[in-house]
Ligand binder design. Sequence first.
Ligand SMILES: C[S@@+](CC[C@H](N)C(=O)[O-])C[C@H]1O[C@@H](n2cnc3c(N)ncnc32)[C@H](O)[C@@H]1O
Length: 290
Amino acid sequence: MAEYFSGDWLELREPHDAAARDEMLAVKLSAALPARPRIMDLGAGTGALLRWLGLYIGRPQAWILVDADPQLIERAFDTIAERAEQMGWKVTSPGRGVLLVHTPRGAWRVEGLVADLRDAPANLPLHSVDAVVNTALCDLVSEPWLERMAAACVARKIPFYAALNVTGPARFIPPHRADAWVTRGFLRDQARDKGFGGRALGHAAPAAIARAFTAQGYVVEHSPSPWKIPRAFDMMVGELAMGCAEAALRQERREAWRIEDWADARAAQAEQQRLSASVPHMDVLALPGG
Ligand SMILES: C[S@@+](CC[C@H](N)C(=O)[O-])C[C@H]1O[C@@H](n2cnc3c(N)ncnc32)[C@H](O)[C@@H]1O
């Protein structure tokens, strides 16, 4: 079964992702695309990347949102339509499973594809797209999976853009005596096989992307895209702490009491708006060379 991600969590992270992503890489990706680009978003969740990157592309464009979870794809369609209407843009549906968002700078055509990415790229219509993009996906996959995906992109000479790859553990302020246990468990869990044919890349994803694409003559750029979550923002910091504790608990059963104590303390701090956090990420853009 594919790893499960809740739509509410993806919605919570969307503004933090938007604030963290590197704009220059988005501009460079946009410049490398044709006049009416067709983009495939892998592990698209609720469509947050389309809502952010679509504005940088700023011209007519077509998206295929790929995810294993049909409910997330459905939620992506609802959220895209809702946000477009808030912007005063018309939304139409020319056919079943297709949405057209009529922005002042051209229409965005959106389609969903329910597919298990563990079988990718064989099960993806890569022949019909001009770029492969993703957010917070490459830390789940294995190196062989990434090499296969890179080979498929290289064969078509299309860009690969991977945003918000986690490059280390979350750091919470104020410190807690069990931080090191949670960090250790979190890092172990990052490497857990997520079904993509081997150990998950975790924080090694940016380097693995660079290796896979530069070996094939692509030019690869990295840019840091950290989350900086202030104390009094929303429920994000508390949810992030609970996610780290859950991951750590999967790996550190013998130290469960320490981690549970940590989670209780972090939940109370978040509730009292005394908890802040930062998470290091890296955005990566691989463009065909020459
Ligand atoms: C961390 S979330 C990121 C979601 C989205 N890109 C965003 O930024 O909000 C990872 C996404 O990958 C999807 N996913 C995980 N494993 C998958 C698989 N084997 N096949 C397809 N989708 C998968 C999840 O359903 C989830 O939507």
